[in-house]
Design a binder for this molecule. Sequence first.
Ligand code: SF4
Length: 240
Amino acid sequence: MVFQDPYSSMNPVFRVSHGIMRNLKLHRPELNAVQRRAEAERVFTLVGLTPAAEMLRKFPFEMSGGQRQRVGFAQAVAVRPRLILADEPVSMLDVSIRAGILNLMTDLREREGVSILYITHDIASARYVADRIVVMYAGHIVEAGPTEDVLADPKHPYTQLLLSAVPDPREPVSVSTSAAVGEPPKVVNPAEGCRFRERCPLAIDICGRVTPRPTLLAPAHTAACHVATANAGGAAATRS
Ligand code: SF4
């Protein structure tokens, strides 16, 4: 796991070597102390924290936010995971260093053979790093598929809304008229039906009665929407 806030996810009274050594002791007990030290230096170098021996001696307050987040990835990679959960890992960093962390994720994927589940509200950065996108709304997966397919041809109205909110540097600044109205639904004991219906400009009668299920609408591309399914398959769909 790599946490969102690199300023509070490390114990401030320990040097940054503490976390990685602890992970290695717990998850790779076959390593002796010398091997643990060598592995810690290897992963610090891998994530760009060099010279590794010197960086391992630092306390968290001696590092920038970007360096601390690299420590987070080093701690995760050291245990040789098949999957890293990265929860908004760049949202608290300056824009100028976000690209470095996104590039680090791509490098780790290619060099260590690890998959990364990147959780974000920033669809532009997801496009930059992800092979596959899963869009969630109020706890439900509403669309999933290869990144370029989903972004080039979004099937679900919520995905379309997310994409409309991404600024286009080629366009002049204007006041958007496509913002969704309404409130997000209750996610505790929700009523049957589509959770996006109160905000959806395409809602029809069935949306309030039947929860849409993910349906294959293109190769490897699913969406959970009655209207998108009807449009794709020609099934009858009438506005309320
Ligand atoms: S199922 Fe209905 S309310 Fe939900 S996204 Fe599709 S059209 Fe909109």
